[in-house]
Design a protein around this ligand. Structure first.
Ligand SMILES: C[S@@+](CC[C@H](N)C(=O)[O-])C[C@H]1O[C@@H](n2cnc3c(N)ncnc32)[C@H](O)[C@@H]1O
Length: 285
């Protein structure tokens, strides 16, 4: 184990010692079955196995607003408890990826025993090799450096994909939400790529409208130019592919724009003063 991983391993144990008094460890007393008995803290390819406490699993799936329409992937599935809870408590389809073959088989048996084998598939594989881009929700209980290694892949997933991590964050990609459970839970929504210049067509083309967006993960800044006048964007937000911002026009009237980004196309509506919403479209240069 690399020194950094050893540090994180100790952090994991430290977190669990704080969060988990011995009387509460009962939930981990029945760790396996007659075919395989994994050991709490046993080594894994890139990270040891420590199961997420059951109530925290539920909190992770709740913060991601998992529903029966979702496909949930747990990266490093262990005994399958996150995938199984996604199916059993939320009706979702779920896939777990687990490198340890015995553990992967145990997880699939656990899904069978829980009565959700039709919704849960455990893949024996490596999270750095298997394709999980179809997921609507990705759950992680790994290590900080593994989260950072996965970050570029996660950011390329479809905008709106929800990511939830147990205990460890994603460095400079700040979470959209966080929650205190047994340990910290972090939640991100994969942002669309919106940076650059957009030509906006407002259907009443008195003058040319250009939107300039500067982006760092889900955080935005920028301006909108209407003819010769440029206006700073007020409270621009990006949630998946939903873009929202306001600005004061040349008459000091506040206008707000809501738009959906689909690749290099933008479709939305603008409201200003007492007027109703007017549709607009845009294309990225
Ligand atoms: C901390 S445990 C989390 C288990 C489960 N996700 C949970 O929260 O209860 C991490 C799991 O990842 C597995 N693992 C480690 N490296 C892996 C890799 N490269 N690909 C797939 N699984 C891996 C370990 O065997 C272990 O079961």
């Amino acid at each position: 184990m690399k020194p950094f991983n050893r540090f994180c391993f100790l952090s994991m144990l430290y977190l669990l010692n704080i969060a988990l008094p011995s009387h509460a460890q009962n939930q981990f007393s029945n760790l396996g079955d007659e075919q395989y008995q994994p050991k709490w803290g046993q080594s894994g390819k890139d990270v040891i196995w420590i199961p997420t406490a059951s109530e925290m699993v539920t909190d992770m799936l709740k913060i991601a607003k998992v529903t029966s329409k979702d496909l949930v992937y747990d990266l490093g599935a262990g005994d399958g408890k996150i995938a199984i809870a996604a199916a059993k408590e939320f009706g979702a389809k779920a896939v777990g990826i687990e490198f340890n073959e015995d553990m992967a088989k145990l997880a699939q048996r656990n899904a069978q025993k829980a009565g959700v084998a039709d919704l849960v598939k455990i893949i024996h594989g490596d999270i750095f090799v298997e394709d999980f881009t179809k997921a609507d929700v990705v759950t992680l209980y790994l290590l900080p450096d593994l989260n950072l290694q996965l970050r570029p892949t996660l950011l390329k997933m479809k905008p709106g994909t929800r990511i939830v991590a147990h205990a460890f964050n994603m460095g400079e990609w700040e979470p959209d939400k966080e929650m205190d459970s047994r340990a910290k839970i972090y939640h991100w929504i994969v942002p669309a790529d919106v940076a650059g210049e957009w030509l906006i067509d407002k259907k009443d083309p008195a003058s040319k409208v250009t939107l300039n967006l500067v982006q760092r993960f889900q955080k935005l800044g920028g301006s909108i130019s209407v003819g010769k006048d440029s206006h700073i964007l007020i409270s621009p937000t990006l949630e998946g592919n939903q873009l929202r911002f306001g600005y004061f026009d040349k008459d000091k009237m506040y206008r707000s724009i809501n738009a959906v980004i689909e690749g290099s196309q933008l479709k939305g509506e603008e409201k200003g003063g007492v007027s109703s919403w007017n549709s607009l479209t845009g294309v990225r240069r």
